[in-house]
Design a protein around this ligand. Structure first.
Ligand SMILES: C[S@@+](CC[C@H](N)C(=O)[O-])C[C@H]1O[C@@H](n2cnc3c(N)ncnc32)[C@H](O)[C@@H]1O
Length: 219
């Protein structure tokens, strides 16, 4: 694991471009995305008028699941190949309200647009400066808008077989809670919503990695 942000960004674009075509072949990824979408639906009162940003959307599993419940989703990622798969799958599923954008919000802000919900799943641990990114999420929210981020709880570094592009071995949910509070987040809540089961070593042992969802409302 390198701590150089330039390397992390380049490693992530390559890593996820390479993985895009087969991303949804792993049932545990699909199950996690479904659970995140379900937990967001339970935590946040979605409405057909909502403008949503998903950051680090990958192939858009969470956005595609939530698209019938909101007006429009801007799906942002740094991997052009992930976005290509998203567009293809959204077309096959006749989803017409997801727009894609290849952008790194840690370097370049969004065009002038504000959202009712900003959501992100399993992406924060690939971002060196989480605090700066969450601050940017707040800046792009409308007053009263919602933020929801899901990620791995801090782990020992065994989750990824290849740690290139990994900036953190999971995240302490209490760190996220503190950052949300510092940005003026209201009604902050944190919950473990899922456990990813993985084989260890030669497949003899199974091990669980908890995933949390943190959410709040902008004042
Ligand atoms: C583990 S995948 C999760 C994808 C998707 N959210 C899901 O649950 O299937 C992490 C995603 O974050 C994206 N990513 C990594 N670094 C990023 C950055 N700096 N800005 C935006 N997206 C990034 C990757 O391209 C990848 O699609």
């Amino acid at each position: 694991m390198t701590s150089d942000p330039e390397h992390i960004l380049a490693d992530n674009v390559k890593r996820f471009d390479d993985a895009a075509a087969d991303w949804e072949d792993k049932p545990q990824r699909v199950a996690l995305a479904r659970r995140v979408a379900e937990a967001i639906q339970q935590a946040i009162p979605l409405a057909g008028t909502m403008q949503v940003l998903e950051y680090g959307c990958g192939t858009g599993m969470v956005s595609r699941a939530l698209s019938p419940h909101v007006e429009k989703i801007m799906a942002v990622d740094t991997s052009p190949q992930m976005l290509e798969v998203l567009r293809r799958k959204a077309g096959e599923e006749k989803i017409g309200n997801i727009e894609t954008l290849a952008r790194d919000l840690t370097r370049q802000p969004l065009p002038d647009k504000n959202f009712d919900l900003v959501m992100s799943s399993m992406t924060l641990h690939h971002i060196p400066d989480i605090e700066a990114l969450l601050h940017r999420f707040f800046a792009t929210l409308k007053p009263g808008g919602y933020l929801a981020v899901a990620d791995l709880v801090t782990e020992d570094g065994s989750f990824h077989e290849d740690n290139s592009g990994v900036a953190h071995h999971g995240i302490n949910p209490e760190t996220v809670r503190t950052i949300l509070a510092k940005n003026g987040g209201q009604d902050i809540a944190v919950q473990e919503i899922h456990t990813i089961e993985k084989q260890q070593g030669n497949g003899a042992k199974r091990r669980g990695y908890p995933v949390f969802l943190a959410w709040c409302r902008k004042a």
